[in-house]
Design a protein around this ligand. Structure first.
Ligand code: FES
Length: 264
């Protein structure tokens, strides 16, 4: 369980835990959290609706922006045979939804030292032999809240194409919902993470501009500027931020340059 119910238990149908004041005429709908009915504003995400209902998140909530993968949720709409999955911070409540959170999915993760790997597909096969248990049912792809083509990257790994697997899985947020629906019991998101690690450290070309920038930082090029920034007050920092030179929305990508190039 990733959240705790705050406040006293109440037999009121209307939730009281949130301090939000509903706008006049706001419509509420019933939802069921762990089997208990709550009326919540229809416009809220599951995460906000649970808070509105009095739950306080101490786990199972991170970025609130669909990036960290901490808020995986399973729900069912009455009358619909399908078990639905989604991110609580992104999915808007629906009338009568029954929901439960699974912010951690207990899948096996292999232990390895990236430095000791050469970056060969056989190493992934050895660390994750279960990749060959995939029956290509595609339940993983259907479950993914990020629209990652999970089956496609699993297939790429099986074919030994680490670069393709890394690219296809780039948007994975490690929520584990793919694994929760897999009939082959695969931890797909862990395969993908290893593929991306191998790709980034052994296969992708070195970034020359990054190496150049690291050398500049090490040479002390930015020390004075950083010292000045850390000595500024909050209002001075805010002013600097607001007045900073910004790339116009209409500029052609890669062509815009600021007038001040001292720190580039
Ligand atoms: S809280 Fe981070 S993805 Fe939902």
């Amino acid at each position: 369980m990733s959240s705790k119910k705050s406040g006293k238990k109440s037999d009121k149908t209307m939730a009281t835990g949130d301090r939000a004041i509903l706008p006049e005429g706001a419509k509420t709908i019933p939802i069921y959290i762990m089997g208990q009915k709550y009326d919540v504003p229809e416009t809220l995400t599951i995460l906000k609706a649970m808070e509105y209902a009095g739950f306080q998140f101490i786990r199972g909530c991170g970025c609130r922006g669909g990036i960290c993968g901490a808020c995986s949720t399973v729900y069912r709409i009455p009358g619909d045979y399908k078990l639905q999955v989604g991110l609580a911070c992104q999915t808007v409540v629906e009338p009568d939804m029954y929901l439960a959170q699974i912010p951690f999915y207990p899948a096996n993760r292999a232990s390895y030292q990236l430095d000791e790997l050469e970056g060969k597909p056989e190493e992934i096969f050895k660390l994750y032999p279960e990749v060959f248990r995939c029956v290509a049912c595609n339940a993983c792809t259907k479950a993914c809240p990020m629209d990652v083509k999970v089956l496609d990257y699993v297939s790429a790994i099986k074919q030994g194409n680490i670069a393709k697997a890394a690219q296809l899985s780039f948007d994975c947020i490690q929520c584990g919902l793919c694994a929760s629906r897999c009939m082959g019991e695969l931890p797909q998101y862990h395969f993908a993470q290893l593929a991306r690690r191998i790709y980034g450290s052994k296969i992708a070309p070195r970034s020359e501009h990054l190496e150049k920038r690291v050398k500049e930082i090490e040479s002390g090029k930015y020390d004075e500027m950083l010292k000045k920034l850390t000595q500024m007050s909050q209002s001075e920092l805010e002013k600097l931020y607001v007045e900073r030179e910004r790339e116009p929305d209409t500029s052609v990508p890669g062509e815009w340059m600021p007038k001040e190039t001292k720190y580039l």
